[in-house]
Design a protein around this ligand. Structure first.
Ligand SMILES: *Cc1c(COP(=O)(O)O)cnc(C)c1O
Length: 449
């Protein structure tokens, strides 16, 4: 059972200067305060209000480019398919699609978002353990690059849907390599006990079955062992070695294997983690899968998008507790759920120029939702933050807005894209009326007394 409050760390938190030094798109300006690329965050807050997600287009481009270059630098023929569940903003998908990225989608909604953002279907992969017939049919109608099948039952379903449509589905088999990614239990996916993929030992028979079924063309193998992987390359390497061995065995039996999907999972440094570099990941792919000479695919989400986004929030009030200071924000766990859900640590920077250099003391940073779990940080060194002061949650560009809810009848926050000196609202704040607009109270309930 997860702790309802963030767990204390045994190393000191990085200070504001450390946090800024590792995030080149954010700068502390003497007059404007915290600036993303060329836009003061205070200006966005003034015009759009808070809470608001702000994404840096330049950072998305730079990080996508770094990954692509690392794969090319290792001598691989590779494609990068951004995991839309990390950030499904159409503007974000458009930025990445324009750079040449494909998408990895896990639902009809994400498939439509990727297509609406202009990402061609031939660069889209459909993953997930529970695709419906309707979703499979949509993917095939769109002309998707591949569907990653996760069970024997799903293979039969894809075959019957495709056959009935008179189409052939390109299908990769997602294997469960039974390796420990050494990440948070809720985002570990490559252990035999997890719901994902096909047991490793069942793969040869299932792959042969795919080759024999109508409406299916087997195109390769896929693997994805988890998310926010920061503890070295061992898990990735073990998983890719299993894929290599399996691909070799399938080809040895005369079965067609066209490409290998390495999944996502590369972690980032939210606090002081030292995740493997893209070059190290590319090197591990080259060492394990390179000898097969097949094109490889990567499905990164977090690594590309998390550092590119912040969540801007305002202080509602500071409250003196019995023995602690509470900074109560207008953002809450319904906006950014990662601290409540995964005990995640996010850097929190004050936005005002003077606040970045003012004396700091410990504070608990919380939202207004009626749950103790609505705690973003405990004992965080922060300056005095009077009502109206702005703060920015760092690394909120992945699994931030996409995991938001309207819990406590709180509307979804606005989203903004910054591109150099330009910026635009890419999703207006959800109007409060929208929370009520689609609800129906049956007539037979009558009126209130
Ligand atoms: C979530 C997911 C990804 C992306 O994971 P990140 O940790 O964000 O890189 C990629 N592939 C699959 C199948 C996923 O479920």
């Amino acid at each position: 059972m997860a702790s309802p409050l963030p767990v204390p760390h045994d190393t000191p938190d990085p200070d504001f200067a450390d946090l800024l030094a590792r995030r080149p798109h954010l700068k502390a300006h003497a007059l404007d305060g915290l600036v993303m690329d060329d836009v003061p965050l205070a200006q966005i807050a003034r015009q759009v209000g808070t809470p608001t997600w702000v994404y840096s287009a330049a950072t998305l481009r730079r990080r996508y480019g770094t990954l692509r270059d690392a794969l090319e630098g290792a001598g691989l023929t590779a494609s990068v398919h951004f995991a839309a569940k990390a950030n499904d903003s159409l503007a974000v998908l458009r930025v990445l699609g324009a750079e040449g990225a494909g998408a990895d989608v896990v639902s009809e909604g994400e498939l439509l978002a990727a297509r609406a953002a202009g990402i061609p279907a031939r660069r889209i992969v459909f993953s997930g353990v529970g695709k419906t017939e309707r979703e499979i049919a949509l993917a095939l109608r769109e002309g998707i690059l591949q569907i990653n099948a996760e069970s024997a039952e799903e293979i039969e379903r894809i075959s019957s849907v495709a056959d009935a449509m008179g189409l052939t589905a390109p299908v990769s088999l997602r294997i469960n390599p039974d390796v420990d990614a050494r990440t948070h239990a809720k985002i570990s996916t490559g252990l035999a006990e997890n719901k994902f993929g096909i047991p490793y030992t069942d793969a040869p028979a299932l792959y042969a079955r795919m080759a024999s079924l109508p409406g299916i063309r087997p195109v390769g193998l896929a693997v994805h062992i988890g998310s926010q992987i920061t503890e070295g390359m061992a898990g990735f390497r073990a998983a890719y070695a299993r894929v290599a061995e399996m691909a070799q065995a399938l080809m040895g039996r005369g079965l067609p294997v066209e490409r290998l999907d390495c999944g996502g999972g590369l972690g980032i440094s939210y606090r002081d983690e030292a995740p493997p570099s893209p070059a190290a990941l590319a090197g591990a792919i080259k060492a394990t899968l390179g000898p097969l000479g097949l094109p490889v695919m990567l499905e990164p989400g977090r690594w590309i998008a998390a550092p590119a986004g912040v969540l801007l929030a305002s202080v509602v009030l500071q409250k003196r507790g019995a023995n602690r200071r509470f900074v109560i924000l207008d953002a809450a766990m319904n906006d950014l759920v990662r601290p409540a859900m995964y005990e995640a640590w996010h850097g929190i920077l004050p936005v005002a120029p003077d606040a970045l250099h003012a004396p700091a003391s410990p504070a608990d940073v919380v939202g207004p939702v009626c749950e103790t779990g609505d705690t973003f940080a405990r004992g965080r060194a922060l300056p005095d933050l009077p009502p109206g002061a702005l703060v920015a949650f760092l690394d909120a560009g992945a699994y931030g807005a996409t995991m938001s809810s309207t819990y406590n009848a709180r509307p979804l926050a606005a989203e903004v894209l910054v591109d150099g000196h330009r910026w635009a609202v890419t999703r207006p704040r959800q109007p409060l009326e929208a929370l009520l607009a689609h609800q129906v109270v049956p007539d037979w309930l009558g009126t209130t007394a």
